[in-house]
Design a protein around this ligand. Structure first.
Ligand SMILES: Nc1ncnc2c1ncn2[C@@H]1O[C@H](COP(=O)(O)OP(=O)(O)O)[C@@H](O)[C@H]1O
Ligand SMILES: [Mg+2]
Length: 290
């Protein structure tokens, strides 16, 4: 029997896959999600979400896609890894994924041909069919200059009232300087936001939310406040780190036959991590300065 079933869960509570069902709407995640949706509705073009590794960007994008799926006036595509070598491969990928020009995309098409087809497609969908075409790009810090420039050009396609392509970029902090280095890109951003790690209260709420979503119904607290405080301090509120530590804490709970995750158990896990060298160096420095 899996460890989480023993504890009364139906599903694994602290899995690190970006499942929208397990997405806790922290204040910042909520503000960013709502604003992106508003920008999309107003068709204002470009939204950019920045955040450190593990702050929940991919999870946020999954949640966004889930929202868009429920509306039939949106056509969307999500790129998970935009490491395109050049403008041409980016355009081919867009043409394929938006199913532009059917199966007629072959090497005989030039960059100009592809751009024309894309523009025609965007016009057809956006104006004739009154749909909103959305392109979501995760890991957007991987876009090279040529790709960013190609996207900038796509953002120029517009009617008098709105942009024909809505672009949502999510990326690590270095995306910011990349965007700044492309002339006329930064001022096209209509919504920009940086996701920060969670505070203690939200860390606690996220842990409780995850447990409920995973089917935990008992009124017994599995995580004591003192443990959550330590988890928050050690992970600095980074959701991915929180998930991993909570996962280990529950496993340890079962192995040790204990009833609740307390301060001692969390400290042991952290010490283990430090001893075996599996911690992040910056976390160790921070731990020494408690
Ligand atoms: N708001 C949230 N609610 C619940 N879990 C979250 C949240 N944000 C992040 N996580 C968890 O942390 C993990 C890392 O988040 P992820 O979206 O992959 O971060 P990023 O893309 O910024 O590196 C996710 O797989 C998920 O398990
Ligand atoms: Mg990610």
């Amino acid at each position: 029997m899996s460890y989480f079933k023993i504890l009364g869960f139906q599903k694994e509570p602290f899995s690190t896959s970006p499942d929208p069902e397990f997405f806790y709407l922290s204040k910042e995640h909520e503000v960013s999600l709502n604003n992106i949706l508003i920008e999309l509705r107003l068709k204002r073009g470009l939204s950019v979400i920045l955040g450190d590794v593990g702050t929940g960007k991919t999870s946020l994008s999954r949640k966004l896609i889930q929202e868009l799926k429920q509306r039939n006036d949106f056509i969307f595509h999500m790129i998970l890894d935009p490491s395109f070598e050049n403008e041409y491969s980016l355009l081919v990928s867009l043409a394929k994924n938006f199913e532009i020009a059917g199966n007629r995309i072959d090497t005989s098409l030039s960059v100009v041909d592809l751009k024309e087809s894309l523009e025609r497609f965007l016009f057809q969908k956006g104006v004739s069919e009154e749909k909103t075409v959305v392109l979501v790009i995760d890991e957007a810090q991987k876009l090279n200059d040529a790709s960013l420039e190609a996207l900038r050009v796509l953002l120029n396609y517009e009617t008098n009232e709105f942009k024909l392509l809505q672009l949502v970029l999510l990326g690590q902090l270095e995306l910011h300087s990349k965007i700044l280095s492309i002339p006329n890109f930064f001022d096209r951003i209509s919504f920009k936001y940086t996701l920060n790690p969670l505070g203690f209260e939200e860390t606690k709420e996220m842990i409780e939310f995850r447990m409920r979503q995973a089917g935990y119904t008992s009124s017994m607290y599995l995580f004591l406040d003192e443990a959550i405080r330590e988890i928050h301090q050690y992970t600095r509120g980074y959701p991915r780190q929180i998930m991993m530590l909570c996962h280990r804490a529950l496993k340890a709970l079962v192995l040790k036959n204990k009833f609740a995750v307390d301060l001692r158990l969390v400290r042991e896990l952290i010490e283990d991590e430090v001893r075996t060298g599996w911690h992040r160096k910056d976390l160790l420095l921070q731990k020494n300065s408690y």
